[in-house]
Every structure is written in structure tokens, then in C-alpha cells.
Design a protein around this ligand. Structure first.
Ligand code: ZN
Length: 134
């Protein structure tokens, strides 16, 4: 179970990471912070590109940073945007790869928690490793 202290820490870290967002095209700045089961925090921001499809969302930056350092289990991830926007479908799918129990905290730029949901609620009927026998 997430404590309020951990919730606040995740939202704070995601908000801080948001300052590094590279979003000159959409101006939609996003920060994310993931907490792994080993207790480590990984942050990310969205990184856009002049060749639009080559950009990456903040959530996936954070998850890939964690996985690239040996992490495979996520307890929670916080996402901070200007208006409390929710993770896109691609990010939900990437999170699903590592477990449907991950808690997703969605907050606005002022740090207000707008929504908290288990990934299984955000991506019902997810296609996952089990569908490929893993
Ligand atoms: Zn996304």
C-alpha cells in the first residue's frame, strides 16, 4: 500500500522532472517518477522530436531508465502535467509488461492528485506477457 509520504514524494519528483521536458512542438510538458519494488525512484520527462513519431513520453522514459538499470517491478508511477492528463495508451501498455498492479498517480502542475488507479483499471483486458506464454 502506498503511504501519503510516498505519494507526495512521487508527485514531487515527477513535478521536478517535468522542468526538463523537451516539448517545443506540443508545449505539453510531462514529468514522471516511478518507484520500483527495490525502493528506487526513476524519473523521466517527455522528449519530442522534429520528426514527431520519434519522441517519447515521460512515463516510458522513466520505465526504460529503470529497466535499463535492472529493475523489473514497479510499485507506482506518478505523472504530472499542466492539467492532470492521463498516461497515453502506449505508456499503459509498456507499464502492463511489468505488472498490472502498479499504482498510477495522476497530478497537475500544482501537485494536486487528480486520480489514483491501479494499472489494471486503466488498461482492462490488457495484452501481456501471459498471452505469449511468459
Ligand atoms: Zn505515453
Amino acid at each position: 500500500m502506498l503511504t501519503n509520504e510516498i505519494r507526495a514524494r512521487l508527485i514531487q519528483l515527477a513535478g521536478e522532472a517535468r522542468q526538463w521536458a523537451y516539448a517545443p512542438y506540443s508545449n505539453y510538458r510531462v514529468g514522471a517518477a516511478a518507484l520500483t519494488s527495490s525502493g528506487r525512484f526513476f524519473t523521466g520527462c517527455n522528449v519530442e522530436n522534429a520528426s514527431y513519431p520519434n519522441g517519447l513520453c515521460a512515463e516510458r522514459v522513466a520505465v526504460f531508465k529503470a529497466v535499463s538499470e535492472g529493475e523489473r517491478e514497479f510499485l507506482a508511477i506518478a505523472v504530472v502535467t499542466g492539467n492532470g492528463g492521463t498516461p497515453c495508451g502506449a505508456c499503459r501498455q509498456v507499464l502492463a509488461e511489468f505488472g498490472l498492479d502498479t499504482m498510477v498517480l495522476i497530478a497537475d502542475a500544482e501537485g494536486n492528485l487528480k486520480q489514483e488507479a491501479r494499472l489494471s483499471e486503466l488498461l482492462p483486458g490488457a495484452f501481456g506477457p501471459g498471452d505469449l506464454g511468459k
